[in-house]
Structure formats: structure tokens, C-alpha cells
Design a protein around this ligand. Sequence first.
Ligand code: ATP
Length: 337
Amino acid sequence: GASGFVAGETLIDLFPSASGPLTSVSGFEHRPGGAPANVAVGVAALDDAPGFWTVLGDDAFAAFLSSTLDDHGVPGEFVERTEGKTALAVVTREADAERSFSFYAEGTATFDFDAAALPVSAFEEREWVHVGGVALADEASRAATLAVVERARDAGCVVSFDPNARAELWRDAATAERVLGEAVAAADVVFCSADDLALLGVDTDAARERPARTARGLLERGPETVFLTRGSEGATAATRTANEGNAGDGGRSSDGSGSVVVSEPAFAVDAVDTTGAGDAFTAAALTRYEPGAGASALREVVRYANAVAALATTATGAMGAIPTPERVERFLDDSGR
Ligand code: ATP
């Protein structure tokens, strides 16, 4: 049955035709985006469609996003329509294949969330609820997102959180670190990329050299499980255990409870567009994650999510690039398990 629920923004990524400064770019392609929307689409592609709470305006971009969500099998039950425009995330492609974002979001319908509008029944029978950090940058979407987290927790759902670090959205680094840190502490499962770690005040050089230690450090902030995505290096996951793990890289934290950490390399693919790789990873992991997973189950989750994310980098865009479950199975078989 429908076991997951995603809440957050669906917006337009304006993707430039060339890399380099926007002053020298001649054209843009409009692509459906918003990290939570990417995750909802990813889950729908790989598994049962999740519930998806998002707000769409009444402009042409909103109509485009609405039909895009439909096309990807995301149910419209919790998709709200309101007056107003769609937020734009203007992408800059740096020469080194990195991307940065500039948001045109103020006063748009996209971030006009009101948790009071979300039916009480939304979380019934849901195993997990996933939210992202972009909506935490400003009110009123911050309060609405935190209300979703609280209601999901009250409903007994696993709460999943991806900081989705976009430094320029935040008034200052201290606010970002505090608000995102509180969300990390409130979540059961956290997904972090290198950019997210930076905004959370974690030393990214140390994280690159000692990802297991960084993952354990994040567990101490409160979540039960942490996934660190490490681009072409793969991913690391850490989880608390009742008993000390004897597989993987086991250890004990200061409060005496155990933890296990597993790392898996990325799959070698010809990456053409890494946009949404992190969201593909998150979607895949959410469909396979079980609370209380031991080292070997966690390793399988990471391997599966690495495979989905690697395949997603071999096609352009975030939503259209999610592979089918059959494609993932074949890829894993061919990779010699
Ligand atoms: P994005 O912001 O583009 O969505 P991210 O920065 O959140 O991505 P990354 O850590 O860059 O996330 O990548 C997420 C996952 O995607 C990695 O853990 C890995 O599994 C996969 N991945 C990313 N880049 C590559 C690559 N070049 N080759 C294979 N797999 C990759």
C-alpha cells in the first residue's frame, strides 16, 4: 500500500544552455524541480506512489508542474492549488560541473504552505514522511514544515529529512546551522551531501577523509540513521543498534548504545548530468530502509540507492532520469552480485 509521504516544494529549475556566468548565457530550459518533488517522483517510479503535499500556483508553470506530477504517477490528492506564481530556481553551471542556484521565490505560491490545510488523515498508514530544508529557510513555510514533522512523529511515522543546502537562501550561516540542526535532531533518518555538511557546520575535509567518523558524529545529534552521499565516491550510512554491531565498522557511542557504519563505493557510469542524483539516492533509500536495520541490511540499502543514483546521472534532468525498477535490477545483476 501507499507507505510513504513527501511534503515540500515543486518549482521550476531554469537550466542554462551553457556553463559559465549568467551574463553570458543565451538561453534557459525550464525543468520541473524542487528536491521534495524529485523525491516524490523517484519513489513513485521505484515503488508505490507516496502521498505528496505541495502547493502549486495558477500560472503556466504551475500547469506544467501539475501535469508533470501526473505523468510520473504522483497522486494529486494532497496537491494544493492557490493564486500566485511558481518559484524559479535559476541554475548556474560552473566550469567544474558544480551548480549553484539563485531563487526567485519571494511572494510566490510555491512556498505558501499552511499545515492547517493538510488533512489529519494524511499520515494514516504511512511508514515514513520526508521533508526537505529549502522550505525551512523562511516563514511561513518553515512553521508549516516543522508542523508536518511534528504531526508525522505523533502519527508514529519515521521522519526523514534532507537539508538540501542552498546557502544563498538563508539570511546568514548561523541561522541555517541552527534551524537545519534542529531539524536533523528532530528526524529519524537524515540524508546529507557535502554541501549539507558545510551548512550544518561540519568540517567537509574531515568528512571526505573520514566519512565513517562524520556519520557517527551526526548520529550523536539525534537521528537513528544517517546517510552521507559522497558523489562519485559513493555513500556511507550509520545507524544506531541496540547491541554492538559485529559487521561493518562497528562501534560504541558515548551513551553506550551501539552503532554500525557501512560504506559502499559509487557505481562506475558515464555521468552526463548529476542534477538530482542526491534526490534519486534519497528516493531509493526510502523505499528500502527499515528502522532497526543491521549492518548487512543497511549495506544493501546503500548499494541499491547508489545504483539508482548512478543510473540517474546517465540521463539529463532530475525527474525523467529515475530508472525503472527492472533497469535497476538488471544493472545490479550485471554489476556482479
Ligand atoms: P545533487 O545536489 O546533484 O542532487 P548531491 O550533492 O545531493 O546531488 P551527491 O553526493 O553528489 O549528492 O550524489 C548522490 C549520490 O549519487 C552518490 O552518493 C552516488 O551514489 C551517486 N553519484 C553521484 N555522482 C556520481 C557519479 N559521478 N558516478 C556514480 N554515482 C554518482
